[in-house]
Design a protein. Structure first.
Length: 370
């Protein structure tokens, strides 16, 4: 059995000419796109650098450690994956361009995207939308999906896809992990039909689903056959909202929420190691969450979500890592704030804290809280 890093080590000498680009390669580009390429990769679509050039600049940056630190929820070996890929015959000449990274606390948005091209010329773009990072505002935007028809990152994903489509010719592949998978599907669903026809594949790696309204939309139905949804057997993040009818389940060495880490997903050669079905815990979570949010009115969900994150804001933490780093102090602040919460949403707030904190604390909520 192999993982993404081992895949590059063992198959990195096989050029893309000798061995066709595959889903594992897309997973690798998706994972390394979590790294900060600010001021290294151009934001436009005229100027590109190779992955090898990117690595040589990246490793020499004065803030290398900061750029490599993706927080507590993303694999720390992602930078090692970038290095292995950039030095391999398979990936070294892959072109990188169109890097965008936006975190707007006021607008409650976290959005990032980057484009890759495999050949000598800029054509047949592979667009990667980044998933939720370590920022609390990123998680707020995820929860906003429960009551908003569209969140800022989804709007930006459509605009980004449009820009790439205008600037680079050829077929288009779109992919993303976590929220990035949601953005990949959303952008493809709501892009103009002129560009929609050029989309060949849409990869959703354990990303949350959509409301029934989006699933029933004409745009979604037109691209649904192009969606390739992949979840680990104990998926949590991917079980939010309505999920595609057809999907693959990949085997992970981690447990619970930590199966969300793509670097724990097993591959064999150039194939994913799959299992026949989702674990019963994932199916249960999907039913419980969808039942919870479907039984509340949008304004009720908004009140719950806003109150929940207002409480988190009182801790002074801007990332999940900061929240966990001083959990005892932050727990006291949260408990104090909970005591003054409106009784009409108190029980729902507690449910949300359990949901959120179980994700952060490896499946067990600190007893000091509940």
């Amino acid at each position: 059995m192999e993982y993404l890093i081992e895949y590059v080590k063992w198959r990195g000498d096989l050029s893309l000419k000798n061995d066709k680009f595959n889903v594992i390669d897309i997973m690798i580009l998706t994972q390394i796109s979590y790294l900060n390429f600010e001021k290294i990769v151009s934001s436009d679509f005229k100027e590109s650098i190779t992955l090898n050039q990117l690595w040589n600049i990246f490793k020499s940056e004065s803030d290398f450690k900061k750029r490599s630190d993706l927080g507590m929820l993303l694999n720390k070996k992602t930078v090692n994956l970038l290095e292995e890929a950039a030095l391999s015959d398979r990936f070294k000449d892959v072109k990188v361009l169109g890097y965008v990274n936006k975190v707007d606390v006021t607008a409650e948005e976290q959005f990032s995207a980057v484009t890759y091209c495999l050949g000598k010329s800029l054509k047949n773009p592979i667009i990667i939308f980044r998933g939720t990072d370590d920022t609390i505002v990123g998680w707020k935007e995820d929860f906003n999906m429960a009551f908003l028809e569209k969140v800022p990152a989804q709007i930006d994903s459509v605009e980004y896809l449009k820009k790439v489509s205008k600037a680079i010719r050829g077929k288009i592949t779109i992919a993303g992990h976590s929220k990035g998978g949601n953005l990949a599907i959303y952008a493809a669903s709501y892009i103009n039909s002129i560009y929609k026809n050029r989309i060949s594949d849409i990869y959703n790696f354990d990303g949350p689903g959509f409301s029934q309204k989006v699933v029933n939309s004409i745009g979604y139905k037109l691209i649904s056959s192009k969606i390739k949804a992949i979840y680990p057997q104990k998926s949590v993040v991917g079980m939010f909202f309505q999920i595609p009818r057809e999907f693959l389940v990949i085997k992970s060495d981690n447990d619970g929420i930590w199966q969300h880490d793509m670097m724990s997903w097993k591959v064999l050669g150039k194939q994913m190691v799959t299992v026949s079905k989702l674990d019963s815990s994932s199916i249960y979570f999907n039913k419980v969450f969808n039942s919870w949010y479907s039984n509340l009115k949008p304004e009720q969900i908004k009140k719950v979500v806003d109150t929940f994150f207002d409480i988190l804001e009182l801790t002074g933490a801007s990332t999940n890592s900061e929240l966990k780093s001083d959990i005892l102090t932050n727990s006291k602040k949260i408990i104090k704030a909970l005591s003054s919460v409106d009784k009409s949403v108190h029980s729902e707030i507690k449910k949300m804290f359990n949901l959120f904190l179980e994700s952060i604390f490896e499946g067990s909520v600190p007893p000091v809280l509940f």
